[in-house]
Design a protein around this ligand. Structure first.
Ligand SMILES: Cc1ncc(COP(=O)(O)O)c(C=O)c1O
Length: 391
C-alpha cells in the first residue's frame, strides 16, 4: 500500500516562491555556455566574511566547539550584542532579552510563532520582504499588505497603520532600511508608527537587518522607543555572514521564556561555530573592514542611482541604506518579469522583478542590487543603455 498523490497543506498555496530563482537558474545556464552575466539580482554582499571572523570560526572548529549551545545562544555572544547597542546607540539592552537565532529568518519565525493566534492580523508594507507575509501565514495569521509609494518613502506611517489596523491587529512590521527600496523611516516616523500600533494594542516589530549599511546619518534603533518593541537583526548583511546562518532578536522580557521554549523546539540552537565566529564581529579590526565595505557600497549607490535615472528608470526617493534600488520601469514595459527575462537573454543583465516583493504594481517595478563591483556595474549600465537605446 502507498499514498500515491502528495498533498501539501492548504496554507502552502499562500507561500509564493522567489521568482528571481527562475532567473538565477537561467543566468547559471547561460554562464555555463560561456555567456557573461552581470549579477544585480543578488540580495547578499559580494564581499566574503571578514578575516577575523573566519579565523575565530576556524579556531572554534579546531577546539571541537561543535556541540549545541543553549537555545537562546552563547551567553558571551548575547553580552557582546548587548555591548553593540551600548556602543552604537548608547542604549542599555540587557543580554537576557537577546535571543541568538539561525539568521533573521529564525528570529522572524520566533516572533510570529510566539505572537500570532490563528486569524490575527499583521500590518506590513507592500512592496516588502516577501518572507514576512509567509511567516505570518505559517503562524495561521493574516497579513494585511499596505500599498506604500514614493509619497511615504515606501514605508508605513502612523496614519497608514491607523487606516489599515483593526481590533484583530496583533503586530505591525517595518524594515528600516527596507528591502527592496533601501529607504529608512526617518525623523519622528518610527515614533508615530509605534504610537499608532500601541493605540491598536499591537506590537511594533522592526527588522533592522540593514542597519550597519546606512549612508546618510545613523539609523536609530527602535529599541530606544520602548521596551515593548521587538527588534530583529542579523549577522548576514553588514557583517557579511549570510551562509553562517546567524541573527538575533531583542524581545520584551515577558516573551523571552516562550521564545526560548519555541527556539528549543524548532531549531534547538543557532549554529555553534558561527556563534563563536561572531564573537570577533565587534572587534575594532573587523569593524574597520566593515566600514570600508560600507563606503564601497555607498560609492556604488552614488554611481548607480544617477546612472539608472539617466537611462529613464524612475527612482523618486533616494535610498539611504541597504544595497538596493527599487526602480519604476514603466517607461519601458508593463511586464517587469518579461522585461527582466529579456534583459538576461539579450544583454546578460540580471535584476529582480517587482513580483518578488508583493502585489502593489509589481509589473512596473524592478530591483537592482549593487552587490557586485564598480566595473561590473559600469558594464551593466552600458549594456542597459545600448538595449534601451539611450546613453
Ligand atoms: C529585510 C530582510 N529581513 C530578513 C532577511 C533574512 O536574512 P537572514 O535570515 O539571512 O538573516 C532578509 C534577507 O534578504 C531581508 O532582506
Amino acid at each position: 500500500m502507498s499514498l500515491k498523490s502528495p498533498r501539501a497543506a492548504a496554507r502552502m498555496a499562500h507561500i509564493a516562491p522567489f521568482y528571481v530563482m527562475d532567473l538565477l537558474a537561467r543566468a547559471k545556464a547561460l554562464e555555463a555556455r560561456g555567456r557573461s552575466v552581470i549579477h544585480m539580482e543578488v540580495g547578499e554582499p559580494d564581499f566574503s566574511t571578514p578575516g577575523p571572523i573566519v579565523e575565530a570560526g576556524k579556531q572554534a572548529l579546531d577546539k571541537g566547539l561543535t556541540h549545541y549551545t543553549a537555545a537562546a545562544g552563547l551567553p558571551e555572544l548575547r553580552r557582546a550584542i548587548s555591548g553593540l547597542y551600548a556602543a552604537r546607540y548608547g542604549i542599555d539592552v540587557p543580554s537576557e532579552r537577546i535571543i541568538v537565532t539561525p539568521g533573521a529568518s529564525g528570529a522572524l519565525q520566533l516572533v510570529m510563532g510566539t505572537l500570532i493566534d490563528p486569524g490575527e492580523e499583521v500590518v506590513l508594507p507592500d512592496p516588502g520582504y516577501p518572507c514576512n507575509r509567509h511567516f505570518v501565514r505559517l503562524a495561521e495569521g493574516r497579513p494585511v499588505n499596505v500599498a506604500v509609494g514614493a509619497d511615504t518613502a515606501y514605508q508605513l506611517t502612523g496614519e497608514l497603520v491607523r487606516r489599515y489596523g483593526s481590533p484583530h491587529t496583533r503586530a505591525v512590521m517595518v524594515a528600516s532600511p527596507s528591502n527592496p527600496t533601501g529607504t529608512v523611516v526617518t525623523g519622528g516616523g518610527m515614533r508615530e508608527i509605534y504610537r499608532a500600533s500601541v493605540e491598536l494594542g499591537a506590537h511594533l516589530v522592526v527588522d533592522e537587518i540593514y542597519h550597519g549599511l546606512v549612508y546618510e546619518g545613523q539609523a536609530e534603533t527602535a529599541l530606544a522607543l520602548s521596551d515593548d518593541v521587538l527588534v530583529i537583526n542579523s549577522f548576514s548583511k553588514y557583517f557579511g555572514m549570510t551562509g553562517w546562518r546567524l541573527g538575533w532578536l531583542v524581545a520584551p522580557e515577558g516573551y523571552v521564556e516562550a521564545m526560548d521554549r519555541l527556539a528549543q523546539n524548532i531549531f534547538l540552537a543557532a549554529p555553534t561555530p558561527s556563534q563563536y565566529a561572531a564573537l570577533a564581529a565587534f572587534e575594532p579590526r573587523t569593524i574597520e573592514i566593515l566600514e570600508a565595505r560600507r563606503r564601497e557600497f555607498q560609492a556604488r549607490r552614488d554611481f548607480l542611482l544617477p546612472a539608472l535615472r539617466g537611462l529613464g528608470f524612475e527612482i523618486p526617493v533616494q535610498p539611504q541604506g541597504a544595497f538596493y534600488l527599487y526602480a519604476d520601469c514603466s517607461r519601458f514595459t508593463d511586464d517587469s518579469f518579461g522585461f527582466c527575462m529579456d534583459l538576461l537573454e539579450q544583454i546578460g543583465v540580471a535584476i529582480t522583478p517587482g513580483k518578488d516583493f508583493g502585489s502593489n504594481l509589481p509589473e512596473r517595478h524592478v530591483r537592482f542590487a549593487y552587490t557586485t563591483g564598480m566595473e561590473k556595474l559600469e558594464e551593466g549600465v552600458e549594456r542597459l543603455g545600448k538595449y534601451l537605446k539611450v546613453g
